[in-house]
Design a protein around this ligand. Structure first.
Ligand code: PAF
Length: 282
């Protein structure tokens, strides 16, 4: 497995792959890899000749600088996991390599960022778009893999891919969320939870499933109230939002009229750890 640290080395590597007409798969990550990331890399390995996984903790997507400083750096463990599954290369650049100067670009997501994470984490998606667009331009993959757990991020990535980067012809592949045995979506943040909170966090997936079952019987508002009431029974959990959105534009809906696909999305804080999840309603 190759470990590439500079844009120049990456460019040389990509050129050789392209000359040999190899299909390139790309999985961008911030490291601290878990089973969810590994599944994305495995899918890429199956569907492409070469798989590149980037590990870069992107400073511009953190709205809280303390959060950025605290972000775990587990490069050796990450590299070991990737080597074991035969990933072709890791791109592991320094901040200066990705941001030789301040990135002033402002992206327009056509309203996809008006709700949920976009509202609760101002500037976050612009930072994601800055780094993802740079990585896409550098790697120029055929396929790139993103998890559905970050449903709004996935929509934003698809949007910038078609709106700003269409000439690169990149196919964004959405991959299903991997879950613990109690339904908790696998995330790097789960490591920060005590066993008790991890158990309690099983309520997230339970509530999403209840919503999926009950939507036919309740109005959107009554359904939201029902879920909010269940969650508020646990004083250790602080709900940030529970929303039913139109899956195609991520706008919050008040009824199901004219909606082709709906999704329930949730964010909450348990033991100071912020967790998000979502489920397709129909
Ligand atoms: O989902 C993540 O880990 C990050 O937001 C991403 C896509 C790697 C960009 O830094």
């Amino acid at each position: 497995m190759k470990i590439i640290q500079t844009a120049r080395q990456l460019d040389d590597f990509i050129m050789i792959c392209r000359q040999s007409e190899l299909k390139i798969g790309f999985v961008p990550t911030m490291g601290a890899l878990h089973k969810g990331h590994i599944t994305l890399v495995e899918q890429s390995i199956k569907e492409n000749d070469i798989t590149i996984c980037s590990i870069f903790v992107n400073p511009t997507q953190f709205n809280d600088p303390e959060d950025f400083k605290k972000y775990p750096n587990t490069f050796e463990e990450d590299a070991k996991m990737l080597r074991e599954i035969n990933c072709s290369a890791i791109f592991f650049p320094a901040v200066k390599e990705m941001y030789p100067q301040k990135d002033e670009r402002i992206f327009d997501f056509d309203g996809l960022d008006n709700t949920m994470e976009g509202k609760f984490r101002p500037g976050h998606f612009n930072g994601v778009a800055q780094i993802v667009s740079k990585l896409f331009e550098m790697v120029r993959p055929n396929n790139t893999y993103f998890g559905e757990k970050d449903f709004q991020q996935l929509a934003i990535v698809k949007k910038i891919n078609e709106k700003y980067l269409s000439l690169l012809n990149i196919n964004v592949v959405a991959c299903p969320t991997l879950r613990e045995s109690n339904g908790l979506a696998i995330s790097s943040r789960n490591k920060l939870l005590s066993d008790k909170s991890k158990d309690e966090a099983g309520i997230i997936y339970n509530c999403l499933n209840i919503a999926k079952y009950l939507y036919k019987y309740l109005t959107v508002n009554d359904l939201k109230k029902y879920i909010i009431d269940i969650i508020s029974l646990n004083p250790n959990i602080k709900l940030e939002y529970f929303e039913i959105v139109d899956s195609n534009n991520l706008q919050i809906i008040e009824n199901y009229q004219n909606i082709k696909n709906a999704r329930a999305c949730i964010a909450l804080v348990i033991e100071k750890v912020r967790l998000i999840d979502n489920i397709e309603i129909f």
